[in-house]
Each structure stands twice: as C-alpha cells, then as structure tokens.
Design a protein around this ligand. Sequence first.
Ligand code: ADP
Length: 394
Amino acid sequence: MKSSVLVINCGSSSIKYALVPGAEGQPRLAGVAERVGSSDAFLKGIDSRGEHFEEILPGADHTRALEAIFEHLEGRRPDVVGHRIVHGGEHFTRAALINDDVVTAIDQTAALAPLHNSANLEGIAATRALFPDLPQVAVFDTAFHQSMPPRAFRYALPEALYRDHGIRRYGFHGTSHAFVSARADALSGIAGGWLTAHLGNGCSTCAVWEGRSLDTSMGLTPLEGLTMGTRSGDVDPGLHAHLARQLGWSLQRIDEVLNRGSGLLGLSGLTNDMRELEAAAQAGHENARLSIEVFCYRIAKSLAALSCALPRLDGIVFTGGIGENSALVRENVIGHLPHFGLVLDRNANTETVRGREGRIDSGHLAAPRLWVIPTDEEGRIAAETRQLLDETTP
Ligand code: ADP
C-alpha cells in the first residue's frame, strides 16, 4: 500500500493541512488553522464523514496549532509529512528529505522569500519537535521551474547580481503547473506542449514541454507577471524610483501597495474577489469591468509571449479558483488569441462543472486543445513526497 502523507503548508499566521491517504477510496482530511499566534486563532476543516468542524485555539502558536491538527486526524497516523516550501532557490531542483543540512539550505534561501521561507521553517521545526520519528520531506514551489534555460531565467542585469546574489527568475506555483500539465498529457494521450494558466489569488502562466517547465511568468518574487488579486504583476521597472522620488514613498509603502493594494483590488477599488467583480461589472460598475478586462488581456498577452518557448502548442490549460470557475474569464482570454487558431465551444465552456475536468474547445483536429483542469497541489506534494520516501528507504 502507498504511504499516507500529511501535507503541511505553513504560512506566517496560517497552517493549511491535508491528510492524503495511501489507500484508494479513503477520504482526504483537510483544513486550515488561521490567525495563528493571535488571541483569536482557530482551526476549521472537514472530517472523514465530510462534515465541517471548527475549534477555537486562543493564543495558539504554530506548535499548538499543529498539535490540534494532529488531534483532528481521527487517529490516522501519517507515514510521512510533506511540507510545501515556497522558495528553493537554485539549490533544490526537486523534493528533499529533511535533515539539518536541508534546513540550513532552506534558511540560506530565505533572503529571496523572507516572509514565506521563515514561516515554512517554523512549520518544519514545530513538526520535527512534535514528531521526531516521522520522516519529513520538503517540496518546493520553485523546483519545477529549475528546467528553464538561461535565456528564460536571466534578467538583463549585470552578471554579478546573478552570480553573487542569485538575482534571476525562479517562478512559483510549480506543483500546480506540474500537476495540470501532467493531467493534460494523460487526458490527451501525448507528451505535449502546454500553456498553463494558474488563476487564483496569485496568478501565473507556464510553458511546459514534455513535462518540463521552459518558462513562466513569475520571477525573482511572486510579484512579476500577471495582474493578480491584490498584486500588480508587471509594471515599468522605473516605477519604484518614480514613486520614491516624485511621491516620497518609502520602500515599505511601495512594497505594500504593489503586493496588497494593486491588481484586481487596486484597479476596481472594490474587491479582489472575481465572483464579486463579475456581479459588479454586470450591474454596470465601470472599474469592475475594467479590472476584468485588464486581467484577461494580461493573461492572453502572457500566454502569447510564453508560446515562444514551445516547439509546438498542443493546448492551453486553465486552473485555480478563477481558471476553474470563471467561464467569462476563459472566454475573454481566448478571445484575445484568435491567431492561435483556438476554437472555443461556448456551451462546453459555460457548462463545465465546478471541480471537474472539462475540454472546452470544439474538438477540431488542427486546433490546440482547451482544458479546464482542477489543480491538486496537495495531491502532487503527496506524490512527490512518497516518491522521495520510496527512493530513500531501503
Ligand atoms: P488561492 O490562490 O488563495 O488558493 P483560489 O485558487 O481559491 O485562491 O482562487 C480564488 C479566486 O477564485 C477568487 O478571486 C474567487 O472569486 C475566484 N472564484 C471562485 N469561484 C468562482 C466562480 N464561481 N466564478 C468566478 N470566480 C470564482
């Protein structure tokens, strides 16, 4: 039987978890501890009967929250823990069995993602202290993109910035792009050339050829690329200096506005939630309409740019909360790419059932395929964790 994997995604104030069982047919237990470290911390999730539960954990730190998560596993002890780690730098090209050296190496990449990696490390430390005899594996968001060639990952900056400080494009959402492109291969019966669009609160695109990432829209940080929920995506690199010089903005304020006050939220002045934006646009809210238009146009522009990385385009895959659920966004994006010969099946697009895989092109043999594929980052992390465990266990 396959090992059961507890997948942990530890942020600075939240811990998402999923117990991915080894046996077919067993339910997955999942949930999230939120506001960790504050007086109103709580844990909510789904039990094995599919019922929702919620428990308040006043003042719980990461260790206490993890203990509470273990108490909600209904006595099912995982064989291994898989930690989602945001940044693996150039050091990690695949998952790694956690030991002191791996912890040190993750710590050394923390300068590239200070908030994320230090929270991930806190989760590892707490889990190791609580369950010292459980093997633990680190699965990196960046690892899938380590196959990008230098022409895709280098910035046109002085070489020393790359050599001495690791300043280059890394890319993120690797587990999601890897998962949906592998599903597209399986569903289509080819090892194809795919453009994948992960559209959630964070958004990125990726060019995948025969299972390898050749280019992606995010860069040194998850701010580069597409318009996102609250992140600006690409802006003129001169903007930062302009805001500092002309408006007297501090670095902290620039960072805050570009990461948390921009994107769909900034453009609409309303919300970062696509469902609410669609409703507001329908009701005549001009800035909501504009935010969706910019969002879709930027996705199409990014897909067109990334198509340069592929020897052949077999299709486009939509995933993430917006990619899986918004027929409007998919139709608008595809509408901007007529020169790719894409033919959308409008009925299939609007009838695609939430949470299900669906093909939304007309089925014309010469036209690239259009897929909607629900992502399963926890499933992919569990699979990579198992694979590594199998390789390292005699
Ligand atoms: P995260 O990146 O935080 O995991 P998700 O992948 O869950 O986020 O995506 C969240 C986004 O998906 C939100 O903008 C939300 O409005 C959007 N979304 C979810 N359901 C729908 C829907 N039915 N129609 C349009 N957008 C949706």
